[in-house]
Design a protein around this ligand. Structure first.
Ligand SMILES: Cc1cc2nc3c(=O)[nH]c(=O)nc-3n(C[C@H](O)[C@H](O)[C@H](O)COP(=O)(O)OP(=O)(O)OC[C@H]3O[C@@H](n4cnc5c(N)ncnc54)[C@H](O)[C@@H]3O)c2cc1C
Length: 387
């Protein structure tokens, strides 16, 4: 928690937070605890952003399948692990016991190899799904300060305040004002979709555009089953394929035992869009049947989420899959916006850009900088009034 000194009236400030993903909600939590008034504006009608945990029907669930992020690495990401613990949530290890299947050719049976991890360090999952983190944080926040279905399209810096203009579904415009602004969304999406007046310098904007949004070009497919039948035949549920459409497959069974396999669709975003969801899903089921046996061909339900076609995550530039973002160098803002605008999305983290842990890091850094700025402003006012 970030503490405010007693002589600073945090309530005199109102912080507008743009984005209700993990980073935006954490900013809200830290500001709320430090006594700041805030208003969080979220474009979607749900919170969580790239975090999305759903049931077999695709509805929000506290015991869901992770259509967005599923893993974190507690040994390497202690701040995220501590947050999950603080929120009263539990984690469990990614299921990896059993053999791995690898599909090299469409016309040959897949090969089976003794188990082991594709990943260098043990991956953990959150009981209930990563959406449980969002639900737990949101439950601690004043509901009237969280506004969904408001897509910010412009922000203007005036003498004493910042005015934010949003579009609500149904097309009417809503204006909100405050003293400070925290933008908790991918920098590239910010550069492409929100007009800043005055503009930030061209170098910063180019840096935002250059910073790819982690996993935005990707799609995830889930096949749900009555039971994790692959475990009974000594398979871990993990697989790799050069045939596709799924490049990489994993066991996605929930901690409560709802069985599933999931795969990252290896087909590029443009080709997926051309083929359409039905074609990709049918091909994925055929592939799972080839890799895991006939039972895999009879899922009780399927789930599919293409993040590249989601306008509140991806831009046209995200249709190509680039490498991992290396952090947005212009996360600190210069010029007229200095001390008024702060970037908090995961990609603004210098330490873990793109990851859940990056959202935690970027959110805390933004709040620390904001509180420092307000403190410095208060000190200036109190020294000028005593002169
Ligand atoms: C398929 C997939 C798998 C992933 N796997 C992992 C994993 O296993 N482990 C891991 O650590 N990370 C993973 N990630 C990355 C992880 O999801 C992100 O690092 C994290 O969720 C980012 O949180 P954020 O709050 O910074 O951004 P976001 O979650 O993108 O939140 C931004 C928010 O801003 C909102 N917004 C956008 N535009 C506007 C606007 N104009 N006005 C108002 N609101 C707006 C969005 O709706 C969204 O809610 C994965 C991501 C995906 C998509």
């Amino acid at each position: 928690m970030i503490a405010m000194p007693a002589n600073v009236s945090a309530k005199a400030e109102k912080v507008i937070i743009v984005g209700g993903g993990l980073a935006g909600l954490l900013v809200a939590r830290e500001l709320d605890r430090a006594g700041f008034a805030f208003e969080l504006l979220e474009a979607r009608d749900r919170l969580g952003g790239r975090i999305l945990s759903v049931d077999a029907n695709g509805n929000h669930s506290g015991d869901g399948f992770d259509l967005g992020p599923s893993w974190f690495w507690p040994e390497m990401q202690p701040a995220l692990a501590a947050l999950i613990g603080e929120l009263g949530l539990a984690d469990f290890r990614q299921h990896e016991q059993g053999d791995i299947v690898v599909q090299y050719r469409p016309d040959a049976p897949p090969e089976r190899y003794p188990g082991g991890s594709f990943q260098q360090s043990a991956s953990a999952r959150v009981v209930g799904g990563t959406g449980a983190i969002i639900d737990a944080i949101a439950a601690t926040l004043p509901a009237e300060s969280i506004r969904r279905g408001l897509a910010v399209r412009s922000v203007a810096l005036g003498d004493g305040s910042i005015t934010v203009e949003c579009r609500r579904a149904g097309d009417d415009l809503v204006t909100v004002s405050g003293s400070h602004l925290v933008i908790a969304m991918p920098p590239r999406l910010l550069a492409e979709t929100i007009l800043l007046d005055p503009p930030v310098d061209a170098r910063a904007k180019e840096d935002w555009r250059r910073t790819s949004t982690w996993m935005a070009p990707h799609a995830k497919f889930f096949a749900l089953y009555e039971k994790p039948f692959w475990r009974e035949i000594g398979l871990s549920g993990a697989g790799r394929s050069v045939v596709g459409p799924l490049g990489e497959v994993h066991d996605a069974t929930t901690a409560s035992g709802n069985a599933a396999l999931f795969g990252f669709v290896g087909v590029p975003a443009r080709q997926r869009a051309e083929a359409g969801e039905e074609v990709v899903v049918a091909a994925a089921i055929r592939q799972l049947t080839a890799m895991f046996g006939l039972e895999a061909g009879k899922p009780i339900a399927t789930l599919y989420k293409d993040w590249a076609s989601d306008p509140f995550t991806a831009t046209a530039a995200d249709m190509e899959a680039p490498g991992h973002p290396d952090g947005c160098r212009s996360a600190g803002i210069d010029g007229l916006w200095a001390g008024r605008l702060f970037l908090a999305g995961s990609e603004a983290s210098a330490r873990e850009p793109g990851y859940l842990a990056g959202a935690v890091d970027a959110a805390r850094r933004a709040v620390t900088e904001l509180v420092r700025t307000v403190k410095a402003g208060a000190r200036q006012i109190s020294s000028s009034t005593t002169e």
